[in-house]
Design a protein around this ligand. Structure first.
Ligand code: SF4
Ligand code: SF4
Length: 275
């Protein structure tokens, strides 16, 4: 299998936030014709539009045997074991398939692992595999920091990086960290929880751009103002923290929103460096 997969977490969208299907189809076709075969989606990606887009752009336009799909059970949304089957069938329907090549338990962390055990979600995945309705089983993890013991355990059978590779990796890490104030992945899990309908990831994207090029801040302010006309402003945050409980990256969203408001809601066209 080609090592590069095609993620359906972020897709091209039109101004009114519909998926830009013609463009997505071109991207998918190029990916497949270049030897790619693996598509990755999840129940919650793009509020469910991701799975539907995969059906339209991939499943309905290419032979099923020519690609693989990885999908994910939203295990943290399960309230009783029967919900697992309900979600699985809904996902099959959205994607237009009756088989997933890979099926993962989505977003495991300490709390979600407890839910998975309580409702026997691992058992559910094993049953799907035994029934031939999925190929491989896995999970995705967004939990606590990686301990030294875990790293040792994970790396036991792997060759170490060469000194050159280590240097390159550290350089890449430094460049990324230096240029990204807020490590938001734009998964948008926080948005649905917000009673003030604050466009959290959109504001974080603008703030990150602003912090990279503070002298050009005047360019970001109109973008922010335009978004804030149709969404809650950063300063509308009432600090209920519902968003933070749903952020897989553990971002202190309320603290950053305060900075966003300070930077982008005050007249700042002189490019004052951000705090
Ligand atoms: S803490 Fe602020 S941003 Fe988060 S959900 Fe509450 S109002 Fe929305
Ligand atoms: S703030 Fe967290 S939950 Fe919200 S989009 Fe960014 S990474 Fe996702």
């Amino acid at each position: 299998m080609n090592k590069l997969g095609f993620g359906f977490l972020r897709l091209p969208q039109t101004r009114n936030r519909d998926i830009d299907l013609p463009l997505l189809e071109r991207m998918v076709d190029r990916f497949l014709s270049s030897g790619g075969t693996y598509f990755d989606t999840a129940y919650t990606y793009l509020d469910g539009m991701s799975e539907t887009a995969l059906k339209q752009a991939v499943v309905e336009r290419h032979p099923r045997a020519s690609f693989q799909i990885a999908d994910k059970l939203p295990g943290w949304m399960v309230r009783r074991h029967e919900d697992c089957e309900r979600y699985f069938l809904e996902q099959c329907d959205r994607c237009g398939v009756d088989f997933f090549d890979v099926y993962l338990l989505h977003w495991l962390n300490r709390a979600n692992y407890a839910i998975a055990e309580r409702f026997n979600e691992f058992g559910f995945l094993e049953r799907l595999k035994a029934d031939g309705r999925i190929g491989k089983i896995g999970f995705s993890y967004h939990g606590d920091a990686a301990t030294l013991e875990q790293v040792r355990d994970n790396m036991r059978d792997m060759a170490p990086l060469s000194p050159e590779e280590s240097i390159l990796l550290e350089k890449a890490r430094d460049i990324i960290s230096r240029n990204t104030a807020i490590p938001c992945t734009e998964c948008r899990y926080c948005v649905k929880q917000c009673p003030k309908e604050i466009a959290i990831p959109d504001y974080f994207r603008i703030y990150n751009a602003y912090s990279r090029f503070p002298a050009e801040g005047w360019k970001m302010e109109p973008v922010y103002a335009s978004l804030a006309r149709n969404n809650g402003k950063a300063s509308d945050c009432i600090r209920c923290r519902a968003c933070e409980r749903n952020c897989p990256q553990g971002i202190p969203i309320t603290q950053w929103l305060k900075k966003v408001a300070e930077a982008l809601e005050q007249a700042n066209s002189t490019g004052t460096p951000l705090k």
